[in-house]
Write a protein that binds this ligand. Structure first.
Ligand SMILES: Nc1nc2c(c(=O)[nH]1)N[C@H]1C(S)=C(S)[C@@H](COP(=O)(O)O)O[C@H]1N2
Ligand SMILES: [Mo]
Length: 282
């Protein structure tokens, strides 16, 4: 019996070699993959009784979409496989010729995987759209507080914490400007959500990854200045409009962090985070 298995294995190798030689430049499209021929041999020799082997054969048969390329990369791969089979032949042949690595074609493995994954999908998975459960263009508050997300309309409804005022900006190039912003007082907004007593920083994170980190004390501060006007005292705000015009949603949620100056000469414009994705308390 062992002798006939050896013969079957040798035959298999011979077959593979002849496939490579004859198929070097040919392309088998959507036909039986060459390796499926193993099944025929196996059936003839009545050695394909092992269920695992049957599964391997089924997997090979699933190949009905991707054409198998013979020659080029695959033939190199096949060469390797043959070398491997020869090396491991004695051990493998004690089980069954079909366990030989020759059928462990990488493509077959891949298909086996996706096939297995397909099989695992329950038949009636309820499809819940993420869009329906997540508020669109919401301002997210995350981290050490009661996490929440506010829509623009919800923010506009918070009349108790709305702040509108003229802010002076100075950027790195010395450019200065005055603009009127309308939004909510950042500290008062955070305070509505049970901020943890050990929270120490507030990160303002934009959808493009731009981020500014402030200490809790910096966010609490309600007396940022405008170096051109000593009468001005400003809180940090999350604004949704500038000079009466709402921010566009083209590049993210329509919120912008606005902060005054700590002292005269303070370059505050780079701290104005546009398109805020979330406010993260740490
Ligand atoms: N989301 C986001 N906000 C940002 C930046 C950025 O790259 N991404 N750049 C900052 C810098 S360096 C400056 S000077 C100002 C520029 O603001 P402006 O685009 O309104 O001129 O935005 C600040 N806010
Ligand atoms: Mo900048």
């Amino acid at each position: 019996m062992k002798k006939s298995k050896s013969f079957a294995f040798l035959f298999l190798i011979t077959l593979l070699v002849s496939i490579i030689i004859s198929g070097c430049s040919s392309r088998v499209e959507n036909e039986e993959p060459a390796l499926v021929k193993i099944e025929e041999i196996a059936d003839n020799d009545e050695v394909a009784e092992d269920e695992e082997n049957q599964e391997d054969i089924e997997t090979l048969e699933i190949n009905d979409t991707e054409p198998i390329e013979l020659g080029g990369e695959l033939s190199e791969e096949t060469d390797e496989l043959i070398e491997e089979s020869i090396k491991e032949a004695p051990k493998e042949m004690n089980d069954s010729p079909l366990d030989a690595p020759a059928i462990e074609n990488k493509q077959a493995k891949l298909e086996e995987k996706s096939y297995e994954e397909e099989k695992k999908v329950p038949e009636e998975t309820p499809v819940v759209s993420e869009e329906s459960s997540v508020k669109k263009n919401a301002l997210k508050l995350e981290g050490k507080l009661s996490e929440t997300a506010y829509t623009l309309d919800e923010l506009k409804g918070m009349t108790d914490i709305i702040f509108e005022g003229s802010f002076y900006s100075l950027n790195n190039f010395g450019t200065t400007k005055h603009n009127t912003f309308r939004g909510v007082d950042l500290w008062k907004l955070i305070s509505k959500n049970n901020i943890a007593s050990d929270a120490s920083t507030v990160s303002i994170v934009a959808s493009d990854g731009y981020e500014m980190v402030f200490s809790i004390d910096a966010v609490k501060k309600q007396d940022y200045i405008d170096e051109t006007d000593p009468s001005v005292k400003l809180p940090m705000i999350i604004a949704w409009s500038q000079d009466g015009e709402e921010f566009s949603i083209d590049e993210g949620a329509p919120y912008k962090l606005i902060i005054g100056q700590k002292e005269a000469g303070d370059v505050n414009k780079p701290q104005w985070v546009s398109n805020i994705d979330k406010i993260l308390i740490k």
